[in-house]
Design a protein around this ligand. Sequence first.
Ligand SMILES: [Zn+2]
Ligand SMILES: [Zn+2]
Length: 434
Amino acid sequence: MAAEIQPQPQARKPCLLSKIDAFQEVVSTAVIIPKEDGVISVSEDRTIRVWLKRDSGQYWPSIYHTMPSSSSCMSFNPETRRLSVGMDTGSICEFVLSEDYNKMTPARTYQAHQGRVTVVLFVLEMEWLLSTGQDKNFTWHCSESGQLLGTYRTAAWVSGLQFDVETRHAFVGDQSGQVTILKLEQDLCSLVTTFKGHTGNVTALCWDPVTRVLFSGSSDHSIIMWDIGGRKGTAIELQGHNDKVQGLCYASHTRQLISCSSDGSIVIWNMDVTRQETPEWLDSDSCQKCEQPFFWNFKQMWDSKKIGLRQHHCRKCGQAVCGKCSSKRSTIPLMGFEFEVRVCDSCHESISDEDRAPTATFHDSKHSIVYMHYEPTTGNLLTSGTDKIVKVWKSTRSVLATLESQICGGVDLEPACSFIKTFILGPSVSVIIF
Ligand SMILES: [Zn+2]
Ligand SMILES: [Zn+2]
């Protein structure tokens, strides 16, 4: 095994492994089945299909089930092989898949919403089925009894939902651009706080329970990293997309955030670097560099016989400056700006080439992405596009490969790692993964 450690072993280009292109309509959600070389898809064409990779390298359907109406979303739990499918009609249909993924048995139907189900999330630890719908309700059901436990009315319809098992907080991202944090008890729900940072809809949410960081993606093209674990209220913006953010996944073993947008771009962010918050924009009636008045400052314009200028802001220091004092552009990756932004002349001088080193890599999936799913044990990524095609990519190192490189690559071993080594080199490799 290679003893060499690359400075950024995880920064590899996603490589296309397979395509599934047998759909009549767009696939609204699809997930990779861990351990199996398989994919579950729910589509606007009313089908639920399970695909298994055959020896030929092609995916073939092992289950093909037609629903009475379109499916909008799903949640799959690999441990129990329970599949919860949200429908256009507002109901959620639950199925249990057989061990060989060749059979699907209906288990229960929940009449959860008055309109299309927008997100469904099954939480095994609580035996809860969380869901949101176009009726602007967030509901949670007991998945053992099928009973409705509670409902919370949201400000707008919800497009992102995450849950922290340890503290029982639900993160709800909606079309008004805000993220609502709710504390759930068995049948009680209380509003903790709301995060407002986006100027467009929240389109995706991703929660990492280890670092306790919440990522929100938006139609305003930006991603915000809300550092809840840091307890300092830090919110860092990540600007690396030119279109609506459509999906967010966090690979905790390689500390990478994977994001995608509707223009087909996939961005892999190195989250091992410390980023800074962007400054508040300062208010001023004149340029904070050359002191020329801005155009609304009639008094100074008259007194100094000068023409009023348009106000701009330096993205690095936040100062209000005129166009002449901020003529240069720069990337500021450590502030999340992977694209060139306006900076004042003195800030431009202070940014070194080293500071400009990108902290993300950019890739083209060659289809307009509507949904993305990441499977950490294999490091595989799935994208579903408006072209009705599902693509499976090798995107990052798998959990196993990362552990192997840490153990065999000369990194100091923590005492706890030595038992992992035994397993990795022995036959029971799968034990450590699950
Ligand atoms: Zn100026
Ligand atoms: Zn500046």
